[in-house]
Every structure is written in structure tokens, then in C-alpha cells.
Design a binder for this molecule. Structure first.
Ligand code: HEC
Length: 119
């Protein structure tokens, strides 16, 4: 009896995996709040604005005009000590006020663009 059980266990352990039996699953995209929408200057924003906090802080803000974004960027520099040059600050404000400006689309990034960017 013991021998019988042992051989069943052994048979299961060495049972070959049927070829063509591979399964795959497709995972949903990453948290949309963790991505910045693409646009001119996005690299500068990524380099300058995610050292201290996640992109959520930016992505979750209400769409705003340049004046508000400029104040935000100035605050990061003056109050929190973000090491950002004046020329980079301008690029960042331009990016934010166009991509996350009043005319900008909703917070969700374009999934297709994001995929291409990650390459
Ligand atoms: C030196 C660190 C640092 C850098 C770099 C930085 N931030 Fe911040 N940021 C902070 C801190 C600290 C807060 C406040 C966090 C809190 O209140 O919980 C903040 C908050 C924010 C907020 C939320 C609103 C507010 O005013 O509190 C936004 C939007 C924001 N940052 C945008 C940016 C942008 C855009 C950049 C790039 C230009 C940037 N941050 C770079 C430190 C930084």
C-alpha cells in the first residue's frame, strides 16, 4: 500500500508539462497618476520634479493656467529648495501649462504614448 502511494506521487512529480500549455495574462497599465503625459519638456519635468515627491502631486492638480503653475514651480524652488535653474523652470511652466493647462485633456495619460515612451 505504501509502495502504491509512493509511485503515484512519483508519477505526478515527473509528469511532463504538455507543450503548448503556456498561459499568459495581460496586466493592466500602471497607475495613471504615476505617469506624466508626453509633451515638449517632459524630460526636464521628470528630471526636476520627482526627486521629492511622486508625479501624483502634479497630475492630481486642477488644470491651471501658466500663472498658477509658475507660482507652483517658484514655490518648489524658494520654499522647498528644489535645485532648478531659471531656464529649466520656464520649460517646466510651459510644459505644465500646456499639458496640464486649462485646455489640456483629462488626467489620464494616453496609454499608447506612454508605452512608446517607456521603450
Ligand atoms: C526639493 C524637493 C521638491 C522638488 C524638487 C519639487 N517639489 Fe513639489 N513639493 C515639495 C514639497 C515638500 C511639497 C509639499 C508636500 C506636502 O505638503 O505634503 C510639494 C508639493 C507639490 C505640489 C502640491 C501642491 C502644493 O503646493 O503643495 C505640487 C503641484 C508640486 N509639488 C509640484 C512640483 C513641481 C511641478 C516640481 C518641479 C518643478 C516640484 N514639485 C519639485 C517638494 C519638492
Amino acid at each position: 500500500m505504501i509502495r502504491g502511494t509512493a509511485s503515484i506521487v512519483l508519477a505526478l512529480a515527473i509528469a511532463p508539462v504538455a507543450p503548448g500549455d503556456k498561459k499568459s495574462i495581460t496586466l493592466p497599465g500602471d497607475n495613471a497618476m504615476a505617469e506624466l503625459k508626453s509633451g515638449p519638456g517632459v524630460d526636464v519635468v521628470r528630471a526636476s520634479c520627482v526627486a521629492c515627491h511622486s508625479t501624483d502631486y502634479i497630475v492630481r492638480q486642477p488644470r491651471s493656467e501658466a500663472k498658477k503653475w509658475e507660482a507652483e514651480v517658484k514655490k518648489m524652488i524658494a520654499v522647498f529648495g528644489a535645485p532648478i535653474s531659471e531656464s529649466d523652470a520656464k520649460v517646466i511652466v510651459d510644459y505644465l501649462s500646456s499639458v496640464y493647462g486649462p485646455q489640456g485633456s483629462r488626467a489620464e495619460p494616453d496609454a499608447r504614448q506612454q508605452k512608446q515612451e517607456r521603450k
